[in-house]
Design a binder for this molecule. Structure first.
Ligand code: C2O
Ligand code: CU
Ligand code: CU
Length: 498
């Protein structure tokens, strides 16, 4: 395995100096819920989410310490979610063998998800369902933490559209280390609108959870060994893992593949591109499908962001390799590095005809907002205590007037990143929002299309998002998804009051 320079990212913003590593990628298990009507996908678009049939998916997740074999010579000690199906179809939970990543959970929009969460780790923790629109007391707010030996019962309806969501701990000040040690997993939501597209599935649908890690000579995870520097820049590793493993190349059929990408790194920003210069065909983002596919040569994916990508390999000869890479943001600012190599197998599968229109949803009208663009602005600012929002550190019970929203209303929030000098992916709990406007600084490449829960702020940017605060009242958080920033202390509460 190649060692890479962890610090070369200092030359540019946000960490793009890594070099090569072996990686792997995993086909998604075929989902076989026989509730919610999979049937033959019908042609056309605009079919609203099924709402499923409201099946009850009853699961158990346990956070525990264990040893995994990432390296051939010695086991690595990790923290990991392990799961068990209490009552659900087998496809609802798929364990990933031999690594630290939690099981893949799959549900349908409209299902009721019940998760009995038990903690066996020696530190307070709680699970947050990133991207889901659920009641405040189910959201894993830092004040809901449990101790070792305790249980938290989740029980909520899945309201979200089809998409790739994820679950991870959310105790304040300890989140970065817990995720780094291995506590994270994905939740895939399916719905009828997505079914109708007949997207590539089975061996042609791939999960890619991208993470970077640093290991010591004993093959153990090293966290914040770089002290204040790691805290300010966020924890960057020198090994890339995909789905919690190092593996080399992935053999695929010469046909259309669907890549479901999550940047679950603590801090690292990836500038994605194909090694042969083909454009990335993006069909979805954090909150599910776009209205229509979008093509980009390169694209920045910040921590917490997701991407749904189609790639048609039918033009690549058998035996040849195409790499998904992270490339420098500017000439001379580091070298490209491999995220995943795809080797063309002998088999050819039918080419998927990507529809010109994927689905229908409306832009949230500015007129729906109770405030005007720019009049509610949150400034991303470094202080002696670390990174902050508006110069304020996290206050477990505190919430300002500006952070108080009336239930049932829509607001426009601005993140102002004109003061400090590195990228911050800003995440808001609750419903998915839309990016209204990016008043851009010097850097391009962030992707704002579709429904989002995390938006990347590049130095000099101001970004305005429009968000509905409907259905769920209570205390939620918003924060930078560079987990070391969130821990120290770029997180604040917001209150949706009835
Ligand atoms: Cu993925 Cu509050 O976080
Ligand atoms: Cu979240
Ligand atoms: Cu940040």
């Amino acid at each position: 395995m190649a060692k890479v320079n962890r610090r070369s990212f200092l030359k540019v913003t946000g960490g793009l100096g890594l070099s090569v590593l072996g990686t792997s990628l995993l086909p998604l298990p075929l989902w076989a819920h026989d509730h919610g009507g999979t049937g033959t996908p019908s042609p056309g678009v605009g079919i609203p989410p099924s709402g499923g049939t409201g099946s009850v998916i009853d699961l158990k997740l346990i956070a525990r310490e264990k040893d995994v074999s990432l390296f051939p010579d010695r086991a690595t000690h990790v923290w990991s979610y392990e799961g068990e199906i209490l009552s659900a179809p087998p496809s609802a939970m798929t364990a990933l063998a031999g690594n630290y990543l939690g099981p893949i959970l799959q549900v349908r929009s409209g299902d009721r998800l019940r998760v009995q969460f038990e903690s066996e780790v020696p530190e307070e923790t709680i699970i947050h369902w990133h991207g889901l629109h659920i009641p405040a007391d189910m959201d894993g707010h830092p004040h809901a933490v449990i101790q070792k030996g305790q249980t938290f019962q989740y029980d909520f309806a899945v309201e979200n559209r089809a998409g790739l969501y994820f679950y991870h701990p959310h105790p304040h000040g300890k989140l970065g280390r817990q995720v780094y040690l291995g506590l994270a997993g994905v939740l895939i939501v399916r719905d009828a609108e997505e079914d109708a597209l007949g997207l590539p599935t089975g061996e042609q649908e791939h999960l890619m959870v991208i993470q970077d890690r640093l290991f010591d000579a004993n093959r153990q995870l090293e966290y914040l060994t770089g002290g204040m520097h790691d805290r300010m820049m966020g924890m960057h590793g020198d090994h890339i893992l995909i789905n919690g493993q190092f593996t080399q190349n992935k053999t695929v059929t010469r046909g259309t593949q669907r890549l479901r990408i999550l940047n679950a790194s603590n801090a690292r920003l990836y500038n994605l591109a194909w090694s042969d210069g083909r454009p990335l065909t993006i069909i979805g983002t954090d909150g599910g499908l776009l209205k229509a596919p979008v093509q980009r040569k390169t694209l920045l994916l910040g921590a917490g962001e997701r991407l749904d990508v189609l790639v048609d390999f039918s033009d690549v000869p058998t035996g040849q390799t195409v790499e998904l890479q992270s490339v420098p943001m500017a000439a001379g600012a580091g070298k490209p590095f491999t995220i995943q190599s795809f080797v063309m197998g002998a088999a050819t599968t039918a080419k998927y005809q990507t529809p010109a229109q994927l689905c229908r949803w409306d832009a949230i009208p500015v007129s729906e907002s109770v405030n005007r663009p720019g009049d509610k602005s949150f400034q991303l600012r470094p202080t002696a205590q670390g990174w902050t929002i508006d110069g304020l550190t996290y206050d477990p019970h505190g919430v300002s007037e500006k952070e108080t929203v009336q239930l049932g209303t829509t607001e426009i929030w601005e993140f102002d990143h004109t003061v400090s000098g590195m990228a911050h992916p800003m995440h808001i709990h609750g419903s998915q929002f839309q990016v209204l406007e990016r008043i851009s600084g010097q850097f391009q490449g962030a992707f704002d299309e579709g429904w989002k829960d995390t938006v990347l702020l590049l130095p000099g940017d101001r970004v305005r998002v429009i968000k509905r605060f409907h259905q769920h009242a209570g205390l939620f958080v918003y924060h930078c998804h560079i987990l070391e920033h969130e821990d120290h202390s770029m997180m604040r509460n917001f209150l949706v009051k009835e």
